[in-house]
Design a protein around this ligand. Structure first.
Ligand SMILES: [Zn+2]
Length: 301
């Protein structure tokens, strides 16, 4: 289906905020490529860690209905549901939960995860057979990255089943000392698995230049914008989105997809996309960022 003509940009609200009027726009038919749909208890535990390590606080609901209300109000009609687990022995059950939660839904596209100390091949094969559309690794939290040989069976199955992988591969926001992230590890994956589409979340911050180069050089390299292109990014991620030009986004729009980290986004959902919408980007570029690229990533176009 060609969604070009269906995805329309409409004004949702206009609010005076004392500094002039702001417009939060709605993008009907958008895809959010980075949402964490997990059991609420687990999401709350993850929030506890983010709160203590990054000092963030959260107000988005963690239950599915609340998450989807937030997305729906913004015109998001589909999202990638990304689980991850910091402990071995949890992935199987977590994957089943996500896949089950997505069953029969056009809005939810379930991903799966695995811990490097799990029976990697068995857990991933089961997840793919049950309907997982890709894999997610939160590398610093899971303490294994895109160059971890313990994950090779997962990567080989991703190639066999043609399923993409999203990695938290960058050093932001608090992982500069982690040996499991960084541009080199991601590039080694791109070279080792040229048939597996791999996304670096958060534009690969803080090594954005290197990750943008990968998006230029490797057909299988993707980036998501999560928390990196917002007016709130300097405050929360320690990254200034003004260092990325409109031209760069335009050039790489077929490799970059919008994501939000909802529900673990420490500011309003509208703020996450407003920074992109405020740019002077052609409609075709917005159509890529807010949908077509995610469809490419999933292997649907
Ligand atoms: Zn995330």
């Amino acid at each position: 289906m060609d969604t070009d003509t269906e995805r329309t940009r409409t004004t949702e609200t206009t609010a005076a905020d004392g500094t002039g009027s702001t417009t939060a726009e709605r993008l009907d038919g958008a895809i959010d490529a980075h949402v964490h749909l997990m059991p609420p208890k687990l999401l709350r535990a993850i929030r506890g860690v983010l709160a203590s390590e990054a000092g963030w606080s959260f107000s988005h609901p963690v239950e599915r209905a609340g998450i989807e209300r937030t997305l729906h109000e913004a015109g998001v009609t589909r999202y990638l549901a990304l689980p991850y687990t910091h402990r071995p022995g949890m992935a199987r059950e977590l994957n089943e939960w996500v896949i089950e939660a997505a069953r029969g839904s056009a809005m939810r596209t379930p991903f799966a995860t695995v811990h490097a100390d799990d029976e990697v091949r068995a857990v991933v094969r089961e997840a793919f057979e049950a309907g997982a559309r890709g894999l997610k690794f939160q590398c610093p939290v899971q303490k294994s990255g895109p160059d971890d040989s313990r994950l090779d069976p997962a990567f080989e199955l991703a190639a066999e089943y043609d399923r993409p992988i999203t990695f938290h591969a960058g050093t932001a926001p608090t992982f500069e000392a982690s040996p499991h992230v960084g541009a080199d590890a991601f590039e080694s994956f791109l070279e080792s698995y040229p048939d597996v589409r791999a996304c670096a979340a958060h534009l690969g911050t803080y090594e954005v230049e290197a990750f943008f180069r990968f998006a230029h050089e490797y057909d299988n390299a993707f980036l998501d914008t999560t928390m990196a292109l917002s007016a709130r990014s300097p405050e929360y991620l320690g990254f200034d989105p003004a260092t990325i030009t409109d031209g760069e986004l335009d050039d790489l729009s077929t490799s970059i997809m919008y994501g939000s980290d909802v529900p673990n986004l420490p500011y309003a959902y509208a703020d996450e996309r407003a920074g992109i919408l405020a740019r002077d980007l052609p409609t075709a570029t917005l159509t890529d960022l807010f949908g077509r690229t995610a469809e490419r990533f999933l292997g649907e176009r």
